[in-house]
Design a protein around this ligand. Structure first.
Ligand SMILES: [Zn+2]
Length: 489
């Protein structure tokens, strides 16, 4: 959307909206001039356009023309019906910001994640809401309390009255400043002003008198305008993405077994879909420690060497996603199968472990969905199997169990042996750096389908372009007759 910008410049093409032909500069210049002429004409002739412009640019406009300039503001989780939160000063000395939130713990976690000093003590901040888009001031932007009152009246009478009611309350007269944050359809904006200490003390028991003072002599008190970027997990992982996907993992309890190359990337991806937020959990489970030969493909680096993989991963992810609730277990999932989750993911990539988890899962009374995801052979194909119902095959159903073919794969992708590497008595299967990322993408697509309500096809294969493996279609596989895991005699 082209517009007149806050600094008075004209933006005639929104960034990224047009590709000018670099081989025909004369045409490109003509295109620009013509577009600029149209935008200016509209801004002059069409007051509605001008007003819409202001709304679109409200954020930038709200901050201009004040000295000292406003501190950049951030807003975290504010309870739904909260009328008061607290504001904190955060950040390094040369980059201070305001942070408004209900919970002090959230602000501390935020600062810790960024390596910033601890926040200052929180001061009260009123929370107000308006469903109306802020009005265009008739003259300049409000600079004083009096001008702000006038502007509020023109914008939203209800909001104006709500603020007047707050100004008749007693508590704020003990503060040094009065700060307000207002949720509007164009985002969070705010303003604040200093209280006159002597006058406030004098009217400590008669707050209405202080309000009168603000309408009279105190009306010339300067205000500081601010805007707030939403950094709450609710916004970052949910509202911000609503147009792209139908569901998120917010509020869900997810267990990830295996924090190797695949599990590491997968954990990061799960967090980006909201895992561990809104009362949910992301549980990481792994018995192994990170070894030098893991480093080449792992999400973790040298700084995590010889740490338990689940513990090290949590440490890293806590910094990346300070508001996510991440729990860990260093115990084997074979002996300590994760209980009480909405979804369990097996990313161990080890057949023996997968078989053991599968047996426990299919024989349990409650059938939580279990997603097995793995990298086939040397990475030419990534595969996943979603097990959630007796109607479909389990992990063991991918292996024949009749005498003639016992132990042979039901979907034989290759007749060749997988290349294995050995370090001492420890064997591993080498695959490319991209393989765990491909498997992560496959797992996330399963999960997106689950959130939409249909996980078919439950057995999926994704091949590399150059793969010479035998091709099988992704499909819902039927249970294998006599499967020793899901159909015990
Ligand atoms: Zn089975």
């Amino acid at each position: 959307m082209p517009h007149i910008s806050a600094s008075g410049g004209i933006c005639y093409f929104a960034q990224g909206s047009v590709v000018l032909d670099r081989f025909r500069p004369d045409t490109a210049i003509w295109q620009c001039l013509e577009q600029a002429r149209m935008v200016i004409d509209r801004a002059i002739e069409d007051p509605q356009y001008h007003s819409d412009e202001f709304r679109g640019e409200f954020w930038a406009n709200w901050l201009v023309a004040q000295d000292p300039p406003a501190l950049p503001g951030l807003i975290g989780a504010v309870e739904k019906n909260a009328t008061t939160a607290r504001y904190y000063l955060i950040g390094p000395d040369d980059g201070r910001r305001l942070y408004v939130a209900s919970e002090p713990d959230e602000v501390s976690r935020f600062c810790e994640a960024l390596g910033w000093p601890s926040p200052t003590l929180g001061m009260p901040c009123w929370i107000l809401r308006s469903e109306r888009v802020p009005a265009l001031p008739t003259g300049e932007l409000p600079q004083t309390v009096h001008a702000t009152f006038e502007w509020l009246k023109a914008w939203d009478q209800k909001l104006y009255r709500a603020i007047q009611a707050r100004l008749a309350e007693r508590d704020y007269l003990k503060w040094s400043r009065c700060e307000l944050a207002i949720a509007t359809p164009v985002g969070w904006i705010g303003f604040g002003f200093k209280l006159h200490a002597m006058t406030a003390r004098g009217f400590a028991r008669r707050p209405k008198e202080y309000r009168n003072y603000l309408h009279q002599r105190g009306g010339s008190t300067a205000i500081q305008r601010s805007v707030f970027q939403d950094v709450s997990p609710d916004y970052v992982y949910q509202r911000n993405l609503v147009s792209l996907q139908r569901g998120t993992l917010a509020g869900k309890k997810i267990a990830l077994v295996g924090c190797g190359a695949l599990g590491g990337y997968l954990a990061s991806a799960l967090l980006r879909l909201g895992a561990g937020t809104a009362g949910g959990t992301l549980h990481l489970q792994d018995v192994d420690e990170l070894q030098p030969d893991n480093l080449g493909r792992h999400r973790l680096g040298y700084n995590s060497l010889f740490d338990n993989k689940a513990t090290a991963l949590k440490k890293m992810l806590d910094r990346e996603s300070p508001f996510a609730n991440i729990t860990i277990s260093e115990k084997s999932a074979v002996t300590h199968f994760p209980q009480g989750f909405d979804l369990v993911i097996n990313a161990t990539g080890e057949q023996a472990v997968s078989e053991a988890l599968n047996v426990q899962h299919v024989q349990a009374s409650k059938r939580t969905p279990l997603l097995h995801v793995w990298i086939f052979g040397n990475g030419d194909c990534v595969q996943g199997l979603w097990v959630d119902s007796r109607k479909y095959g389990c992990y063991r159903c991918l292996t024949h169990n009749d005498e003639a073919q016992y132990g042979q794969p039901r979907f034989p992708l290759t007749d060749a042996d997988t290349l294995r590497a050995f370090v001492g008595c420890h064997a591993f299967t080498p695959y490319g750096v991209s393989s765990p990322m491909s498997a992560t993408a496959l797992a996330m697509d399963f999960i997106a389908d689950w959130l939409k309500g249909d996980v078919s096809p439950r057995f999926r294969l994704r091949y590399n372009e150059g793969s010479t493996l035998r091709r099988f279609k992704s499909q819902n596989v039927s249970p294998l007759q006599g499967c020793p895991a899901c159909q015990p005699q």
